[in-house]
Design a binder for this molecule. Structure first.
Ligand SMILES: Nc1nc2c(ncn2[C@@H]2O[C@H](COP(=O)(O)OP(=O)(O)OP(=O)(O)O)[C@@H](O)[C@H]2O)c(=O)[nH]1
Length: 434
């Protein structure tokens, strides 16, 4: 199966599934028509249908005359049959209910997939518009896939902030794949690009190893947020608190950014907005002390998740390192195995600046994952690949808008779907026509 088709099937209710449903409905109608018909006309068919459907009831009028002398035996059998029918009806009802439940679950899953896909599609509109225009323009200008084609493709990928090292690796793999599959038509390369982007993102890791947030199976989960001012840290903490709360978790926050004026109040605002408790001290106080109190408060409230904010001073790496390691020491001492994630927030709109922040922070502390905010605000969404590939840190969450619900778990397939959505639709039309 083609990669574009796989993506479509993974995220969108395709026409196939609609067709399948229609087909199924037609079969169901035909089956019930047949059943009615057989009940009216043929006793043997009737038995066949009954056997297939687990039914045992035989209409009285159908009882042959010669059997009537055995009425007493018959009536006992009838009683048994009635009892059996009742059991079967109960069984059928249970079966129908479980099928209905399965259907509802399936529909919900489909809806979720569709909503993830549409969020990525919407959030990546800027990147997609710029990226697909350039790719379409490129494939329209070339008749065959040659060296010049790859050189131009290299420029397109670099201009989307994919990162030079990643682009080089990608071009090399693309060249090999194109040769291996003997692809001549530049149009066909679009699909191979999308496939390679996903492959490069995962590298040797499996999706479930690097996607989603780690949780503490035995109690309080602690997430530590780091990142420079203005990248969208507070907003992301608010969005995550909202998401976890709507999943039924008891969430609390700790206002560990005691450095920036107004940071504590801003987090408090978010706390009120999403309805979660915030532990705070006054401005300028020791962040480790705030977080210690946050842990005690979370424990006393039996909270499931504590999200800790910190200040992100980059001017002095030694200070940053000392502050973060003190905070981490306190968390580790109070909750063995914590923090369960150290999440670095980066502003996707800052491009290569975000890359250098990631380098500095990962030297100062063990960053376990990246939150890429404002991905909706850039045409250079390729930064996701550069971060993952060049820094070997997975992107755990992405900000796809300003609304409280605009935070998504990163999924490389959904990301690539968001980047190629228009092409996937075009591709299908071509497929259908051919
Ligand atoms: N479009 C868009 N805007 C975002 C996103 N995330 C945050 N913002 C906006 O970015 C601005 C800065 O976000 P803040 O959360 O205030 O920044 P901050 O990082 O908390 O600042 P510090 O507390 O100094 O670290 C706000 O106007 C947010 O609404 C996002 O994913 N998409």
């Amino acid at each position: 199966m083609s990669f574009f088709k796989k993506l479509k099937e993974k995220f969108v209710k395709g026409p196939e599934s609609e067709e399948e449903k229609e087909d199924q409905q037609v079969h169901e109608t035909e089956d019930s028509d047949e059943q009615e018909h057989s009940l009216e006309t043929d006793h043997h068919d009737d038995q066949d249908v009954a056997e297939l459907q687990g039914e045992t009831e035989i209409p009285e009028t159908e009882t042959p005359a010669e059997d009537r002398e055995e009425e007493t035996v018959e009536s006992t059998e009838d009683e048994e049959e009635t009892a059996e029918t009742a059991v079967n009806e109960e069984y059928e009802q249970d079966f129908e209910e479980s099928v209905a439940e399965d259907d509802a679950e399936e529909i919900q899953e489909e809806d979720e997939k569709e909503s993830i896909a549409s969020k990525f599609k919407l959030g990546l509109a800027k990147t997609r518009n710029s990226f697909s225009t350039k790719i379409n323009d490129l494939v329209a200008r070339y008749r065959t896939v040659d060296e010049d084609f790859f050189e131009e493709l290299e420029e397109v990928l670099i201009s989307a902030d994919v990162g030079v090292t990643t682009v080089m690796e990608m071009i090399e793999e693309l060249e090999m794949e194109v040769k291996r599959r003997n692809v001549q038509d530049p149009q066909k390369v679009k699909e191979i690009i999308s496939e390679k982007l996903v492959e490069i993102y995962y590298g040797d890791d499996r999706a479930e190893e690097i996607e989603g947030l780690n949780e503490n199976p035995d109690g309080l989960t602690v997430y530590l947020f780091v990142g420079v001012n203005g990248v969208g840290k507070t907003t992301t903490i608010g969005k995550l608190a909202h998401r976890l709360k709507s999943e039924g978790k008891n969430v609390t926050l700790a206002a560990g950014d005691t450095f920036r004026a107004g940071a504590i109040e801003q987090l408090e605002e978010w706390g009120k907005r999403v309805g979660v408790n915030v532990t705070k001290h006054s401005e300028g106080s020791d962040p480790a002390a705030v977080i210690y109190d946050g842990i005690q408060s979370a424990k006393s409230k039996n909270a499931d998740v504590l999200i800790c904010d910190t200040a992100g001073r980059l001017q002095n790496k030694v200070n940053l390192m000392n502050e973060l390691s003190k905070v981490k020491r306190v968390i580790e001492r109070e909750i063995p195995g914590a923090p369960h994630e150290v999440l670095l927030v980066l502003d996707a709109t800052t491009g290569q600046n975000a890359m250098s922040q990631a380098k500095t922070f990962s030297e100062a502390t063990d960053v376990s994952g990246i939150v890429l905010s404002k991905l909706d605000g850039t045409a250079k969404g390729g930064i996701v690949l550069a971060i993952r590939n060049e820094l070997d840190i997975p992107v755990k969450l992405v900000g796809l808008g300003e609304k409280v619900t605009d935070l998504e778990t990163f999924d490389a397939h959904a990301f690539v779907y968001g980047l190629f959505a228009d092409m996937i639709e075009e591709y299908e039309e071509e497929e259908e026509l051919s």
